[in-house]
Design a protein around this ligand. Structure first.
Ligand code: SAM
Length: 279
């Protein structure tokens, strides 16, 4: 009989955030596959668990998934944990799940902390539809393109972000998505946990002026009528400006005329042109 693969959520900062069931599973499985054995060993020793650990990270994911799938097929029980939160969420996990399914094993998730879920529910923004976009690209041009792809999705947008990129990312978000309401959640479940709420431009300014520390989740209001226009039409709008310039209008007059035609406020039209220029 094939065995069972457990995906066990571990704390994202506060060691107490692991369930009784999660601890029982970690204690009783044959093997725990983890991103960093030293990191997981600290968690296990805190709870006096001595189960065998093997590494399972982005560099050995394919080979290890194969090897663990064979053990599952032979009846082993295996837990997968990442360094923090839910395995498979911006962390290794999904490959071993695929292999486990092929091997006929049961796959069971043991719930617990997951940073984007905590950030979503504390943001104060709508949670009926969420788009979790993982990490945005690190380069501004790619980031803006990615943001343009998701701009009109009728859902609250959520991204993970590194502290040294948070100000730049928030700035790009404001330029591409419009100045929506947002929340930046930092150090969730930790001593210095903090959620700042405000317009994207205000948050960008704040983190430009105050060095951001710790881990971040950015949560952004869904596109409203005003923002839908801003994000869905930029290419057409810019094309129209160029066309009017070709017809002899100077840039300023062309922008004003096109803004009127598209029903855009002047500031929005200007932002749209700027964001296209910076791509
Ligand atoms: N598997 C994890 C989960 O379930 O949330 C995510 C792992 S991903 C490699 C790490 C990113 O998650 C960080 O860069 C940060 O954006 C976010 N994150 C993790 N812990 C966090 C925390 N305590 N507070 C805020 N964001 C956190």
């Amino acid at each position: 009989m094939p065995g069972t693969l457990y995906l066990v959520a571990t704390p994202i900062g506060n060691l107490a955030d692991i369930t009784i069931r999660g601890l029982d599973v970690l204690r009783s499985v044959d093997i725990i596959a983890c991103e960093d054995t030293r990191h997981t060993r600290k968690l296990l020793s805190h709870y006096e668990i001595s189960t065998k650990l093997v590494s399972y990270h982005e560099h050995n994911e394919d080979a290890r998934a194969e090897e663990l799938a064979k053990k599952l097929a032979a009846g082993a029980s295996i837990a997968v944990v990442s360094d923090a939160g839910m395995p498979g969420i911006c962390d290794p996990g999904f490959k071993i799940v695929g292999r486990a399914v092929e091997a006929g094993a049961n796959v069971i998730a043991i719930p617990g902390a997951c940073a984007f879920v905590l950030a979503a529910v504390t943001s104060g923004l709508a949670t009926d539809a969420l788009l979790f976009g993982g990490f945005l690209p690190s380069k501004s041009g790619e980031r803006r393109r990615r943001l343009a792809e998701v701009a009109d999705i009728p859902a609250t947008l959520i991204f993970y972000e590194a502290p040294h990129r948070v100000a730049g990312s928030l700035k790009d978000c404001a330029a591409v998505l419009g100045d929506r309401n947002a929340a930046a959640a930092r150090e969730l479940t930790k001593l210095h946990e903090e959620t700042r709420r405000g317009r994207l431009s205000d948050l960008a300014k704040y983190y430009e002026e105050n060095v951001a520390k710790g881990e971040f989740v950015v949560v952004i209001e869904r596109a409203s009528g005003e923002h839908l226009h801003l994000s869905s039409e930029p290419d057409k709008f810019v094309e129209r400006v160029v066309e009017l310039e070709r017809e002899g209008l100077d840039r300023r007059a062309a922008m004003r005329k096109a803004a009127k035609e598209f029903g855009l406020a002047r500031a929005e039209a200007y932002r749209m042109l700027q964001s296209q220029k910076e791509r």
